[in-house]
Design a protein around this ligand. Structure first.
Ligand code: HEM
Length: 374
């Protein structure tokens, strides 16, 4: 049994109901340090996802033709270097088909966003690696966590490579944007990394599930909600990837119909046919919202801790649904679409936090409660 639970079950030990809060042990201090580091990384990934959205929506993602993880940190220092990079960009189809003749100033405009996106990625790598070494060397991190953290670090490195794999698809002949499949892989990898960090941070902070009797059904519902949120996010990636948000800009009907004409037609319609991809995203979003709200309702009826656990999920899903409609009605205005993309991460956060706080569902408050696995 952890100090946390032990103290909570015998509050008088420290002379007040919340006495345990004042008696922070070195072990607890280390846990708070490790969790804060991970939450910082999560926040940096959230910013990265929004930066990535802005890069995509402004058509900036293909402006840097080279993958130079170290040398690329510094922006061009001379006019000659700018002209060399601009000349490289002029060779790709996107220049000829979309940005022909926009000049060096136009090029600089799209360059800076992509450069900032990549710089932020490098910074995340550093904030992941340097504190990890420090925490391991000073033995502030539990040994059992080290393999998982190494895995997270490898995943982070892979994400950089996946990003390049995605960008490279934008240089194919006749292509003016990246492959939607690779865009979805890139987004999914970012969110996998985010989720792994968030779950680990929450477990470091609260190693013991809080006993919650009679809430097994609620926990299952919140697990289903989390799965639906993930599927809807992936579907959103395809909407973004094939620019499906630029058509059918009405809600709830699509061209005056509930199910649009042409739905399901053609090869790989689920991923490449605009009415199908957009309709599926709407349908999945609606299913996700209804499931989250039902989960919320059950939690509210239970009251107490369960109510606290579901509230952020309900608020996040309503906001995200409304932002999705706003993105559509504004014909994908950049600021609205970027916020919709960022809010997807916050909704994912709410779903993970809810599920994590319900880990103890079905357990009763017993001093013999088994220790949790992270
Ligand atoms: C649970 C609710 C929702 C979630 C989790 C969600 C998630 C997402 C994500 C993650 C993206 C962008 C992916 C990327 O850029 O790679 C996206 C794009 C989009 N979503 Fe949603 N969405 C939700 C609801 C909605 C609703 C209700 C609508 C409209 C009725 C909508 C319309 C759109 C549109 C038009 C885009 C494309 C925007 C762009 O090109 O950047 N979404 N969604």
């Amino acid at each position: 049994m952890s100090d946390h639970i032990r103290a909570a079950s015998s509050p008088s030990r420290h002379g007040s109901e919340h006495g345990w809060q004042h008696a922070v042990t070195p072990q607890q201090r280390n846990r708070i340090l490790v969790a804060t580091w991970m939450f910082t990384l999560c926040f940096m990934i959230l910013v990265m996802v929004m930066l990535g959205g802005a890069t995509r929506l402004t058509g900036s993602g293909l402006s840097i033709m080279e993958w130079a993880p170290l040398m690329g940190t510094l922006p061009p220092a001379s006019q000659t270097e700018w002209e060399r990079l601009y000349a490289l960009y002029q060779k790709i189809p996107q220049y000829a088909l979309v940005n022909h003749g926009f000049g060096l100033d136009g090029f600089k405009h799209i360059f800076w966003l992509e450069w900032t996106h990549r710089l932020w990625g490098r910074l995340i790598g550093l904030v992941l690696l340097l504190p990890l070494i420090f925490l391991v060397v000073t033995r502030r991190i539990e040994r059992s966590l080290i393999p998982r953290l190494i895995l997270i670090f490898v995943l982070g490195g892979l994400q950089g490579a996946v990003g390049w794999f995605m960008v490279a698809s934008g240089f194919f002949p006749d292509s003016t944007a990246v492959s939607p499949y690779r865009l979805v892989i890139h987004l999914s990898f970012a969110l996998l990394l985010y989720s792994a960090l968030l779950w680990t941070a929450l477990s470091v902070l609260n190693p013991e599930p809080r006993p919650l009797s009679g809430t097994v059904g609620l926990r299952r519902m919140s697990a289903v909600t989390l799965v639906l949120v993930c599927i809807t996010i992936i579907a959103g990636g395809f909407v973004a990837g094939i620019h499906a948000g630029l058509d059918y800009n009405t809600f709830p009907l699509m061209d005056g119909r509930l199910v649009p004409e042409g739905y399901g037609e053609g090869h790989r319609a689920m991923f490449e046919n605009i009415p199908t991809v957009q309709f599926d995203h709407r349908l999945l979003a609606t299913l996700t919202a209804l499931t989250a709200l039902l989960t919320g309702l059950i939690g509210f009826r239970r009251g107490g801790n369960a109510r606290r656990a579901v509230l952020p999920l309900m608020v996040a899903v309503i906001l995200q649904y409304a932002l999705g409609i706003a993105t559509l009605l504004s014909v994908v205005a950049v600021p609205v679409a970027v916020v919709h993309q960022g809010m997807a991460v916050l909704l994912l956060t709410a779903a993970i936090v809810t599920l994590h706080s319900l880990r103890g569902a079905g357990r009763t408050a017993s001093i013999n409660a088994p220790a949790s696995s992270h």
